[in-house]
Design a binder for this molecule. Structure first.
Ligand code: ATP
Ligand code: MG
Length: 292
């Protein structure tokens, strides 16, 4: 049964975004969120988008998911224009979006039920994927009894259960503490290694992007354009120990300087030199309360 879950390796799941722009029309004005972006994800590839807050990462991902329509340009999956949400594109959001009244397994089976898959097959598919995510012992639990990391793993498993061609993740680990986050990254990379599904992953976290990806697109401050495309030639499977390697650290340095430049632009007038140097202000032995 598990074999049926695994999307065919090679060939399927090519995402192409060409000359993409999107503006939001608000009462006051039109907000140009993303401008002239062209990116692609090859079948079975893991690609991340990284960029400062508000640069249009979620906008881009939501357009690939089919929740938003481009103002201009094209979004296609395997050559077919994206016209709206579809089960061939699984989506995982930062906030947990599980049904609280359903058990873990019922949450995972939901999409399959909607597709009319019979009970036995649903159950078997859900259990295979839950096993892959280390959640089999929790299949009959309700979401309220799960930790944040577990909830997000269930979210990923649920998005995978219908056998999508591509998986889209929008800062899925953003709400988790640093240690849990590292474990989640390891679980995700292991699952991906087994499934070889195309992934487009949005994150703020440079280490996360490098650790998980084959390629990373770095966006500029809004209106978001692609500033750089960086190949991550680290070998697979990825291990946490690689994060200490000189190759990893060199990639990290490069991405950090790209992002820092854009983050400063994004924050703009809020930050000045004094604010950035604030930690070195000499209080001459007085406490902060005395000085202010
Ligand atoms: N519905 C909307 N109406 C108007 N403007 C919007 C809307 N949604 C997003 N924006 C604006 O578009 C820009 C891009 O937003 P988006 O959420 O895509 O950025 P992001 O890169 O995902 O940010 P973050 O890292 O904070 O999640 C932002 O300036 C945001 O304020
Ligand atoms: Mg976002």
């Amino acid at each position: 049964m598990s074999e049926q879950l695994v999307p065919p390796a090679g060939g399927k799941g090519r995402i192409e975004v060409a000359d993409f722009s999107l503006s939001y029309d608000t009462v006051e004005a039109s907000v140009e969120a993303v401008m002239d972006v062209s990116i692609n994800v090859n079948p079975g590839e893991f690609v991340s988008i990284i960029g400062p807050s508000g640069c249009g990462k979620s906008t881009l991902l939501n357009a690939v998911a089919g929740f938003l329509k481009p103002t201009s340009g094209r979004v296609t999956v395997d050559g077919e224009a994206v016209e709206g949400p579809n089960a061939d594109r699984g989506m995982v959001f930062q906030q947990y979006s599980l049904f609280p009244w359903k058990t873990v397994r019922e949450n995972v089976e939901f999409g399959l039920k909607m597709k009319g898959i019979d009970r036995h097959k649903r159950e078997s598919a859900a259990r295979t994927l839950l096993g892959l995510a280390g959640l089999l012992g929790f299949e009959n639990h309700y979401p309220e009894r799960l930790s944040g990391g577990m909830k997000q793993r269930v979210g990923i498993v649920r998005a995978l259960a219908t056998g999508p061609k591509v998986l889209l993740l929008d800062e899925p680990f953003g709400a988790l503490d640093a240690q849990t986050r590292v474990i989640m990254q390891q679980i995700l990379t292991n699952m991906w290694q087994r499934l070889r599904i195309s992934v487009l992953f949005v994150t703020h976290d440079i280490d996360e992007a490098i650790f998980l990806s084959d390629r990373v697109y770095c966006m500029t401050a809004r209106p978001g354009t692609i500033k750089a495309e960086i190949a991550i030639p680290l070998e697979r499977p990825r291990q946490p120990s690689m994060m200490m390697s000189s190759e990893f650290l060199a990639l990290r340095r490069g991405l950090m300087s790209l992002i820092r430049e854009e983050s400063l632009k994004a924050i703009g007038g809020e930050v000045n030199d004094i604010a950035l140097q604030g930690l070195s202000v000499d209080l001459h032995g007085h406490s902060l309360a005395e000085v202010i």
